[in-house]
Design a protein around this ligand. Structure first.
Ligand SMILES: NC(=O)CC[C@H](N)C(=O)O
Length: 295
């Protein structure tokens, strides 16, 4: 199992409702993965303030904002939402991420960018979302995941999303059967990993191809060529929202599209409460077809 939900808004008047709609969707997927959960939000003014990069971390040192601020020579602010910590600084996102890694190598970086904030934790997904303040969040895009672990331990670091490139986020339902082979290839090229999770291998593969200049559609086609196993993936970037399924599409997925949004979930019940759903174009993504929507 595992439950995926995602909402890509086209109608800016829905932005103040992003967090409450996403929390409602996540709540419908709790029985697909009750042990841990994670959310990525794009464009919330508190989690991702304008003019600042954000970095999301697990296991951050208590005084990290001050240490990173001293290293960068700027004011760094933090939000403590245990086990996730979010830091903000008025510097480029990659510089903030690199500085955090250098200053606190014991922390795990779970997301970074100009527009995205990633929050992950253990326990009931809706209780977590409420503790993180997701229902009050706004923005233009959000992704959520409820995990039933198959490939690595039930820990916050093993929870999805895996957000390993700037403003990127990947969530997965399924299991990559050749992830250890792909991981060895990526490690030989210098890619470092934070967990033993199969989904992290997919996220690092996509991030590498995006960094090398592929667009999201191409990166997901390359993933389909290289990875074996089962997958429904929802992948988002600073301007895109994409869905792809393996050749036999054995993991469920449903998309609803209106003039106001594109929504995706593992099961329709997560979409049933969305505004205007009765008039939405609703379909199951075809096997192996890469669907990408742009902002
Ligand atoms: N149940 C799932 O879909 C699990 C997804 C992924 N293989 C993980 O272990 O995190």
């Amino acid at each position: 199992m595992c439950g995926i939900v995602g909402l890509h808004l086209r109608d800016a008047t829905l932005a103040p409702r992003l967090g409450s709609l996403l929390t409602g969707m996540l709540g419908q997927m709790v029985d697909r993965g009750p042990d841990s959960a994670g959310v990525a939000l794009y464009g919330d003014p508190i989690f991702s303030p304008t003019g600042h990069a954000s970095v999301s971390l697990l296991g951050a040192a208590p005084d990290l904002a001050a240490t990173v601020g001293a290293a960068l020579g700027v004011s760094v602010t933090g939000i403590d939402l245990a086990p996730t910590t979010v830091l903000h600084a008025p510097v480029p996102a990659q510089l903030l991420a690199n500085t955090v890694r250098a200053v606190d190598p014991g922390a795990t970086l779970i997301g970074f960018g100009d527009d995205v904030t990633v929050l992950k934790g253990m326990g009931d997904p809706v209780a977590l979302a409420e503790r993180f303040g997701i229902p009050a969040a706004s923005g233009w895009q959000g992704v959520g995941h409820t995990r039933m672990a198959t490939e690595s331990a039930v820990t916050a670091a093993g929870s999805h999303p895996f957000a390993v490139g700037p403003d990127q986020c990947l969530v997965h339902n399924g299991s990559f059967s050749n992830h250890l082979s792909v991981k060895r290839e990526l490690e030989a090229e210098g890619v470092a990993f934070d967990s033993a999770n199969d989904t992290e291998v997919g996220a690092r593969f996509v991030a590498k191809h995006l960094a090398e200049g592929a667009d999201l559609e191409k990166a997901l086609r390359l993933l389909g060529d290289r990875f074996d196993g089962f997958y429904t993936l929802l992948v988002s970037t600073s301007d895109s929202f994409a869905v792809v399924r393996d050749p036999i599409a054995c993991k469920p997925a449903i998309v609803a599209e209106t003039d106001a949004y594109v929504a995706m979930a593992s099961e329709f019940r997560a979409l049933a409460g969305l505004p205007g759903i009765a008039d939405a174009h609703i379909f199951e993504p075809e096997p192996e077809r890469v669907y990408v929507w742009h902002r």
